[in-house]
Design a protein around this ligand. Structure first.
Ligand code: HXC
Length: 257
């Protein structure tokens, strides 16, 4: 399927999505969000795909929501648009999403990066919430996800100043998993995504779900939830395969069911 603002492809077990509005630094308009969602939900249902990789191009992952598109909106326009339900659905994707960030990841672009489960970034990556400079604020989870990730102190500093955070700083605060040279970003991200794609898919799926619940839930509730998923895996073929392979001293061959 061809999209207007993104490019999708498959690479073995990886579903690849690249944002593609390079002239405006991949500014995210509403159509782009719905296309990202459609592509992700498609990969999520596709049994051949195990991991989703999301990337930008050129000078940006994404420089934020499309300012041209929203600048004349009224509050009521935004209320009636109900655009954030697409973002809510992005957070429901079951398969792991690995983001590859090059250049700018600002505003909605940073929020999109924070919707990924794991992030690789090139050393020229810059993260930030410049909304304060526009007289607005993040609306797609920025104040929430950033705070849960780095805590109140740094979240408020970055949100209130709009400052851009380097890849080094992002690594230091646990926002990203790894920094790689720009020319190696795609290759290294794919290599890493493939190591995850070769793991037991149901284990990964239920661990993703459990970790995301852990962010919302109390310790007790989180552990109740974890326990259900732990038990559930004992109905899978891959649990038999994994444990039999261990006893037989061979490598497991996971089928994902
Ligand atoms: C629309 C954008 C854009 C954006 C860049 N462009 N960001 N258009 N929306 N968010 C366009 C520019 O207008 C310009 O178009 C072209 O991309 C290249 O950008 P330049 O500004 O010329 O490049 P540069 O001088 O290198 O500066 C890069 C930049 C700057 C620092 C990233 O573009 C910038 O500050 N962009 C806006 C960042 C921002 O405020 N993002 C938050 C948006 S609010 P022309 O036609 O002039 O060549 C938000 C709220 C999220 O995200 C709400 C939930 C979805």
């Amino acid at each position: 399927k061809t999209f207007e603002h993104i490019v999708t492809s498959t690479n073995g077990r990886l579903g690849m999505i690249a944002l593609n509005r390079p002239k405006v630094l991949n500014a995210i308009n509403r159509k782009m969000v719905s296309e990202i969602l459609e592509a992700m939900e498609g990969f999520d249902r596709d049994n051949e795909i195990r991991v989703i990789v999301l990337s930008g191009n050129g000078r940006a992952f994404a420089a934020g929501a499309d300012i041209d598109e929203m600048m004349d909106d009224s509050s009521i326009d935004l209320e009636l648009l109900n655009q954030f339900t697409d973002w809510d659905r992005l957070a429901q994707i079951k398969k792991p999403i690995v983001g590859a960030v090059q250049g700018f990841a600002l505003g909605g672009g940073f929020e999109l990066a924070l919707c990924c489960d794991l992030l690789f970034a090139s050393n020229d990556a810059e993260f930030g919430f410049p909304e304060v400079n526009l007289g607005v604020m993040p609306g797609a989870g920025g104040t929430v996800r950033l705070t849960k990730l780095v805590g109140k102190t740094k979240a408020m500093e970055w949100l209130f100043t709009g400052k851009r955070v380097s890849a080094e700083e992002a690594l230091h605060y646990g926002i990203i998993n790894r920094i790689v040279a720009p020319e190696l970003l795609e290759e290294e991200t794919v290599k890493f995504a493939n190591t995850i794609a070769n793991q037991a898919p149901l284990s990964i799926r239920l661990m993703k779900e459990s970790v995301l619940k852990a962010i919302d839930y109390s310790l007790y509730e989180g552990m109740q939830f974890e326990r259900k998923n732990f038990s559930l895996l004992f109905s899978s073929n891959d649990q038999r395969e994994g444990m039999n392979a261990f006893k037989e001293k061979r490598r497991p061959n996971f089928s994902g069911n």
